[in-house]
Design a protein around this ligand. Sequence first.
Ligand code: NAP
Ligand code: HSE
Length: 428
Amino acid sequence: MTEPLRLGIAGLGTVGVGVVRIVQKHRELLERRTGRPVVIAVVSARSKSKDRGVDLSDYAWEDDPVVLAARADVDVFVELMGGSDGPAKAATEAAIAAGKDVVTANKAMLAVHGQALAEQAEAAEQVIRFEAAVAGGIPVVKALTEGLAGNEITRVMGVMNGSCNYILTRMQDAGLSYEAVFDEANALGYLEADPELDVGGIDAGHKLALLASIAFGTQVDFDAVELEGIGSVTIEDIDQAADMGYKIKLLGVAQISGRGLEQRMSPCLVPATSPLGQLEGGTNMVVLEGDAVNQIVLRGPGAGEGPTASAVMGDVIDIARGLRIATFGQPANTLRKARPAQSAVPAPYYLRLQLLDKPGALAKIAQALGEAGVSIDRMRQYGHDDAAAPVLIVTHKTTRTALNEALAAFPATGVVSGKPVAIRIEAV
Ligand code: NAP
Ligand code: HSE
């Protein structure tokens, strides 16, 4: 096979420029590994005149990515613009209709339109690959669709948003508030143009929904992801959870059981000594569990020019080698519609409450928990400050429903000041 594989790249931002750099730097390596030249035929971005720090003079230019996607001199459409709809979706559809394979880093588009696009691509005998869309440079899609394909996957879990992990670890290390570190991260350019995509858990939720589809053979269903961002995490909880041996992470968990498909992206406590607990800064970690392999842990850069372009090129190389895997690891028309789980698998919870300095106060709280069927595993009370003392409780495994029942009973005890905090503790 000596025909070149010709790329049409739409989007020359962080990731697009990274891909151009790899193609230019590794021309010989790519040909040696795939048996054919991998070349860029045409590129597109909003501004033709912007200096992007790479030489684009050998490539044709198209203003319109939809036109680029259908050009006769393009074999693979590389979509690196972003956005769930708009030009990214229109150009992807145009590429498939014109008989092109697609490589994209766009989790937002696939989390919303993945099923329809996969069906369209497979009907046209084209492939859509999206390694770069989940956890940047970590080859987690490849791990699930190829290396672990002989396993029934039991759980997928991970820290998949580097910005949130940076904020949470920086809060702990510097003893700063969420607001202070948010402003710092924003000033450093660590957050998306719409920061809510990061701190609201949406970006990570997109990634979890994509992994859940591959892991469980289900249609991607982002709307069913239970989302909670990190905006309510306080430095008190970070410090006091640390005292109890835990770290707080924005953790994604997907698992399927008789309850249905559970997909959660929310702040959770994990043991400080676990690999997830030790994950610092902007790094990502994905934990995959299967019936044969047991557990594997993948760790690496979840964003940035080089790591994300590395993942895009992994997909391009697969296509150049003739590897054609269905978008979500099995034909799109065989993916089941999963019933969303109405409640999460029971887990221990961390509770933090301010308890008034009154006789019998602890007993009243223990009684409210007991009456709701929630059993206390460990408890710690700190010194009183202005008549109230922080009390930390770690429960045995319980349901969120039972815990909510206990929390609802707290005000009537007359011994709790302010709103208690409850955070799930995930077994990892
Ligand atoms: P970016 O730096 O904002 O670049 C976006 C590029 O798309 C720009 O070159 C922009 O053109 C171009 N563009 C936007 N709208 C366009 C349109 N209508 N027509 C033609 N070109 C258009 O974004 P990025 O960080 O590279 O991200 C690209 C994709 O990769 C997104 O889906 C993102 O979620 C995903 N991703 C990014 C990272 C990361 O670390 N950055 C990691 C994983 C996944 P101009 O330059 O002329 O404005
Ligand atoms: N904003 C994302 C993160 C990078 O912080 O991980 C791209 O998904």
